[in-house]
Design a protein around this ligand. Structure first.
Ligand code: AHR
Length: 510
């Protein structure tokens, strides 16, 4: 029996809705086909955006969407993607499959997509191969309302009012595809570029920090996985001679981490795996916790007041592509194993919301750990979509103090994982939401919840559970889906239940 203690009286930090964010890149069939089919498509669409996809994304309350890359961002020249579509420049997408990018999806289309989704905007600028002027003018084009050449151009292209730009990334993976820079070099480049990312709408005297919603929050390129040398080098450079700002003139620092079960040359199949590989995958996903602690410790040194958010703007599983598909398109299936990766990772993010302010799963449709897959006019919700649907109740709720007794499980000494993971939050309406994953592929566990500061009157629960390799296909889209769970009992102390093997459980306590 695992005892699980929740103290409803101890509210920790607010769980930013942005932790449930997404990422969409001009890569494979993410933007084109997956999201944008054009106004003349036979696939039902509104202003070119697939209706089925937009509806499914609205259901999980996508809070923020990062675009246009990824590695693509540091090769993207935004002016190629505005104006009449027929005269937009065509280019080769050298990073991703060498296909022709016709730029028919650009700034206006991205803003329209975010409008339809009702989500915040996160545009990633080009520091690697773009100029300071180009970056500065993009921000002006998107956000300035006064008289200026960029404003005039935006108006001529059909958009009178500026858009709300919530976040702006100053380069992507500049330690790699974004220019192969050293941390100090990037840090200095960041300082120069961000100077011209103007805040046109920030009231005088307001503090700059991640939580200030009036500003364009600038995200500096952070480390890859466990590269603490990058974190240290960039922060040292950002904070040097920076007395006027307590947060190094950035509101966020990114972290990229992908869960790869094997090695880069043989990552492993998305659907064909044994229990050893299953445990290995979950163990590697669980490494996120250590990464957050590691990089947060360095951030705490420079920014003890936590004004700078850790932004995990690329995370998720990365397998070998589906057989027969373009290797540059990164198209992969999504099983119950992915659902558990999502469930355990989101629980980790929830527990670190004092520092983790945003996260963006890679990527939204048809690429890596997608929530949706499409094939022509058909669309399927993946097991990962169902996890985002269960966890949406945590958005903007307060994290509660909780502790769960766990045991280690696994088949190899170096790939041991906790059997269960959890997080609990309380919403503005006083309802408590608990999300728990059982990572064992074949064992259920009894859980005894000791709830302090709240007497449960009513309980609702919903579960996603299937065999570890189960997945949805276009012909069988409901192999994996959530259903009501009636196994939760109210007790004197709180609750008790048996959590089924290989499952993600949501409990609502009123
Ligand atoms: O998400 C795919 C790629 O992974 C992104 O373009 C890049 O930033 C990362 O290496």
């Amino acid at each position: 029996m695992s005892n699980y203690f929740i103290n409803a009286k101890v509210k920790k930090s607010r769980i930013n809705k942005e932790i449930y964010g997404h990422f969409s890149e001009h890569l494979g069939r993410c933007i084109y086909e997956g999201i944008y089919v054009g106004e003349n498509s036979e696939i039902p669409n509104v202003n070119g955006m697939r209706t089925d996809v937009v509806e499914a994304l609205k259901e999980i309350r996508v809070p923020v969407l990062r675009w246009p890359g990824g590695c693509f961002a540091d090769e993207y020249h935004w002016k190629d993607g505005i104006g009449p579509k027929e005269s937009r420049k065509k280019m080769i997408n050298t990073h991703w499959g060498g296909v022709i990018e016709d730029n028919s999806f650009g700034t206006h289309e991205y803003m329209e997509l975010c409008r339809q989704l009702g989500c915040e905007t996160y545009v990633n600028g080009n520091l690697g191969s773009g100029t300071v002027q180009e970056m500065s003018e993009w921000v002006e084009y998107m956000t300035f309302s006064g008289l200026s050449p960029m404003t005039e151009q935006r108006k001529a292209n059909g958009h009178e009012e500026p858009w709300k730009l919530n976040f702006f990334g100053v380069g992507n993976e500049n330690w790699g595809c974004g220019g192969n820079m050293t941390p100090e070099f990037y840090g200095n480049e960041y300082r120069r570029y961000q100077t011209y990312v103007r805040q046109y709408n920030l009231p005088e005297g307001e503090e700059k920090c991640f939580d200030n919603k009036n500003m364009v929050r600038r995200i500096a390129c952070g480390p890859n996985t466990g590269d603490t040398e990058w974190t240290e080098g960039v922060l040292k450079t950002l904070f040097r001679h920076c007395e006027e700002s307590l947060h190094g003139n950035a509101e966020g620092l990114s972290l990229h981490y992908y869960t790869v079960p094997g090695v880069w040359s043989h990552k492993g199949s998305a659907t064909e795996f044994d229990t050893k590989e299953y445990y290995r995958t979950l163990c590697k996903a669980h490494y996120m916790e250590e990464l957050i602690r590691m990089h947060s410790a360095i951030m705490d040194h420079y920014d003890p007041q936590k004004k700078l958010g850790l932004v995990v703007d690329e995370w998720g599983t990365w397998y070998d592509v589906e057989p027969g598909t373009n290797p540059g398109f990164l198209y992969q299936q999504n099983t119950m194993r992915d659902a558990l990766v999502a469930g355990l990772t989101l629980n980790i993010f929830n527990k670190h919301t004092d520092r983790v302010k945003m996260a963006n799963i890679a990527q939204m449709v048809n690429v890596l750990q997608s929530v949706l897959l499409t094939e022509g006019p058909r669309m399927v919700k993946t097991p990962t979509w169902h996890v985002f649907n269960l966890y949406k109740t945590h958005q903007e709720a307060d994290l509660l103090d909780s502790y769960l007794e766990t045991e280690c499980i696994g088949e190899e000494d170096e790939y041991q994982i906790p059997n269960l993971t959890e997080s609990a939050s309380i919403g503005q309406d006083g309802k408590i939401h608990i999300t728990m994953t059982n990572l064992s592929p074949d064992k259920s566990y009894p859980v005894n919840v000791v709830l302090t500061g709240c007497k449960p009157e009513k309980v609702n629960a919903c579960i996603l559970t299937e065999a570890m390799g189960a997945y949805n296909t276009f012909d069988e889209p409901e192999n994996v889906k959530t259903c009501a769970f009636d196994g939760v009992e109210i007790t004197e102390e709180g609750l008790k239940f048996d959590i089924p093997s290989c499952s993600v459980l949501l409990i609502e306590v009123a």
